[in-house]
Ligand binder design. Structure first.
Ligand code: GLC
Length: 432
């Protein structure tokens, strides 16, 4: 059905134009937790002390790290931007931070890992973003709270009770300044995360007052007014980040449509997880990407590289499959958004307002006919996108008594065999 009131987010402080166009990004969680190889929260989950976590720092030697290879894989998968964890909750820093010793240069890696990363991804034409953890389980002034790995260690809590979050905030501001000034213009900042509503009894969660988010954002905008920033510092900025779920329709906050990006894992873990078997199929991931774009959103798909610095073979195989689909169907994703029509059952629409083309993504291949409500006399030409083969369109009711789906149905005649692609797409050239 024609829907003239498509959601339209209000303008935000940063420049989201490239981001809403590009739609598909690569998230990378990489740090010394890759050596533990059992989730990036391992330090918390297993209540590991600094001393017991230290071996991962002492043995971090990513000798196979080749960011040019990462960037090539990402581009071939159809991704247009990348977000890498410069620091995760464990506090380990991938760059040569002057504000801490807890950094890659002091591990056997012995070098700054961010600079070659930024250069490699830029060379492949991707926009570059940094994830930065607001939480820090290593910093000596980060007050112990309910999510801290030592939360249950009463002696530790007692010994650290004088920690001053203001001193930590100073450090965090200094580090964000570093990552945004040391490597040229950074396009996106992904802060993670706030939990001020949490009350553990003996401690409270942390949020914008602890991080001094207003001041932080002000500083970031001063460095780069166009940068786009997510919402997790507890201050609304350019986009929202539903994590491992896709909203049922265009995401609304306080009744208003917003820019949104669903971040997704390949297997439930962000960091490298050797023994995890929960791998999503490429088919499912393609459908998830389509689903996001059909609701006006982006998808940020994660890979957790190994301790030696490679994407493991399972991730590589998945990305290659998605890339195969993107190569043929990219124009149903880039520059597309929610369509002003309601798709038939088991299908999604994406729509490119510039070219006025509507893309019908068929999740369950039907028998021969597919009936599209509201599209009679609105389509000039239809073709399968994978091979550019024409698809016949007609008014079904001229030939059959059924269906009784309304006067405005347009019917497509599809081949009996599903095209050999993850999700077939019919490109519909709409009338002016
Ligand atoms: C989280 C987790 C985390 C992951 C992330 C991605 O809140 O703490 O480990 O980095 O979000 O969205």
């Amino acid at each position: 059905m024609s829907n003239p009131t498509l959601p339209q987010p209000e303008p935000t402080p940063g420049n989201t134009a490239w981001w809403t166009h590009d739609r598909f990004g690569l998230f990378i969680h990489w740090g010394i937790y890759a050596l533990a190889a059992r989730h990036e929260w391992v330090k918390k989950y297993e209540q590991i002390s600094d001393a017991d976590y230290q071996p991962y720092f002492d043995h971090f030697d990513p000798d196979l790290y080749d960011p040019a290879e990462w960037a090539r894989i990402a581009r071939e998968a159809g991704m247009r931007y990348v977000v890498l964890t410069s620091k995760h909750h464990d506090g380990f820093c991938l760059w040569d931070s002057q504000l801490t010793d807890y950094r890659a240069t002091n591990t056997p890696a012995g070098r700054d890992l961010l600079r070659p990363f930024v250069e490699a991804f830029r060379a492949e034409g991707l926009k570059v973003g940094f994830y930065y953890s607001l939480i820090d389980w290593h910093h000596p002034e980060f007050p112990v709270d309910g999510v801290h790995p030592q939360a249950n260690d009463l002696a530790f809590r007692e010994a650290t009770k004088d920690r001053d979050v203001r001193k930590y905030a100073e450090y965090l501001h200094g580090q964000v300044r570093e990552i945004l000034t040391m490597f040229g213009t950074i396009d996106l900042l992904w802060l993670d995360f706030s939990y001020s509503q949490q009350d553990y009894g003996w401690s409270k969660g942390k949020g914008k007052d602890d991080w001094q988010s207003e001041k932080l954002i002000e500083m970031v905008r001063e460095i780069n007014p166009d940068i786009i920033i997510n919402n997790r510092s507890e201050i609304e900025q350019d986009f929202h980040t539903p994590e491992q779920f896709i909203p049922p329709s265009w995401l609304h906050i306080d009744g208003k449509p917003v820019n949104w990006e669903s971040c997704q894992t390949l297997n439930g873990s962000w960091g490298y997880h050797r023994d995890n078997l929960d791998w999503k199929s490429p088919q499912l991931l393609v459908e998830m990407l389509i689903d996001c774009v059909s609701k006006g959103g982006n998808m940020l798909m994660n890979v957790g590289p190994t301790g030696r610095g490679e994407f493991d073979p399972r991730a590589q195989a998945t990305l290659a499959e998605i890339g195969g689909w993107m190569r043929q169907h990219g124009r149903a994703i880039y520059g597309c958004t929610q369509a002003p029509y309601t798709p038939p059952r088991d299908c999604r629409y994406t729509y490119n307002p510039e070219t006025n083309r509507l893309y019908l993504h068929v999740f369950a291949w039907p028998l021969k006919y597919l009936h599209l409500p509201g599209l009679r006399n609105r389509v000039r030409y239809a073709q399968l996108l994978n091979d550019g083969s024409g698809v016949k369109t007609f008014d079904f009711t001229q030939h059959h008594r059924y269906p009784s789906g309304g006067e405005d149905l347009l019917t497509l005649e599809l081949p009996i065999q599903k095209p050999d692609v993850h999700t077939p797409v019919v490109e519909l050239f709409l009338c002016e």
